[in-house]
Ligand binder design. Structure first.
Ligand SMILES: [Zn+2]
Length: 100
């Protein structure tokens, strides 16, 4: 279990009760995914350990891209890639948009 899921488990029911009807559907879906991540809701995975030869069971992850438990490694990979792309020295980013 991660910190976000602990926070959601404690406060999401009341929050959803108060604001759920006005929230975007994707937000409710994300909260539900994080709450159910690595629980029996997503089933079990079985691994046979090459070192000890035993079968180990793990709850499956939710796969939601916003879930810190199962997508954190991808976020770290993305961040490492972005850091490699940085120009040497101090810089800042400017975004221009066109109203045409
Ligand atoms: Zn997850």
């Amino acid at each position: 279990m991660n910190k976000i899921s602990e926070i959601f488990r404690e406060f999401a029911p009341e929050y959803l009760n108060r604001f759920g009807a006005s929230m975007p559907k994707t937000h409710r879906k994300t909260i539900g995914a994080i709450l159910s991540c690595r629980t029996q809701a997503h089933g079990l995975l079985y691994y046979e350990c090459e070192a000890c030869g035993k079968i180990h069971a793990f709850y499956r992850s939710c796969g939601n891209r916003h879930c810190p438990a199962c997508q954190n490694h991808k976020a770290r990979q993305w961040m490492a890639h972005q850091i490699k792309r940085q120009l040497p020295g101090h810089h800042f980013m400017v975004t221009f948009t066109c109203g045409m």
